[in-house]
Ligand binder design. Structure first.
Ligand code: COA
Length: 173
């Protein structure tokens, strides 16, 4: 289930504890230390990006991740998408794909967006695959844009346009 993030999520985010090394690696390369979640950090997580649209991903009635639309540009009808399921044991079960599809529905049907785009590390094959399943196409690479302890990594830029999204919906119905 998706729902708006609420202040009470700070306590649940604290319970979820530290970012796992796997999670840090997936979102930012492996040089980000996995820090213990303090009350202050959890509150900072909740308050960050006030200009974004943010939803909690609930799995079995527990806060399990978040999904956001950032960089919302009204003039260009575009926004970027970001998602993270905090608990690695919940990866690969289809939850991410389901959440992304829900947010794409909202972005194209309710917000009347034209383009939703994102950046993902090339090595994050699970995420790339989930985005492809939702209709995102690769539009380019930022070569060696991330430094990790094992070397340089590239980011992939992916996007989906409203007509591609409509086409997918039609094919699925
Ligand atoms: C990225 C993320 C949201 C995807 O959600 P998810 O629920 O794990 O993904 P799904 O189960 O919906 O789909 C994953 C797909 O990748 C495939 N996959 C998983 N590991 C893979 C691998 N090593 N190589 C190739 N494909 C892989 C799965 O088989 C599945 O595809 P399929 O349905 O065709 O079999 C989630 O893994 C996550 O939060 N990861 C940590 C944070 C992160 O990476 N965020 C994105 C940063 S841009």
């Amino acid at each position: 289930m998706l729902r708006p993030l609420r202040e009470g999520d700070i306590a649940e985010r604290l319970e979820a504890g530290r970012w796992s090394d796997q999670y840090s690696q997936a979102i930012a390369g492996d040089l980000v230390p996995s820090a213990e979640f303090t009350q202050e950090r959890a509150a900072g997580w909740f308050a960050s990006r006030p200009e974004s649209m943010k939803w909690a991903i609930e799995i079995d009635s527990r806060l399990s991740g978040e999904i956001r639309l950032d960089r919302i540009e009204e003039q260009d009808a575009s926004a970027s998408l970001a998602i993270g399921i905090f608990i690695p044991a919940l990866w690969g079960k289809g939850y991410g794909t389901e959440a992304i599809k829900m947010v794409l529905d909202y972005a194209f049907n309710e917000m009347e967006m034209h383009r939703i785009w994102l950046m993902v590390m090339e090595s994050n094959v699970r995420a790339v695959r989930a985005y492809e399943k939702c209709g995102f196409k690769v539009e380019g690479r930022l070569r060696d844009s991330v430094r990790t302890s094992s070397g340089w990594e590239s980011d992939v830029i992916m996007s989906i346009l409203e007509d591609e999204y409509e086409q997918l919906r039609e094919n699925q119905s």
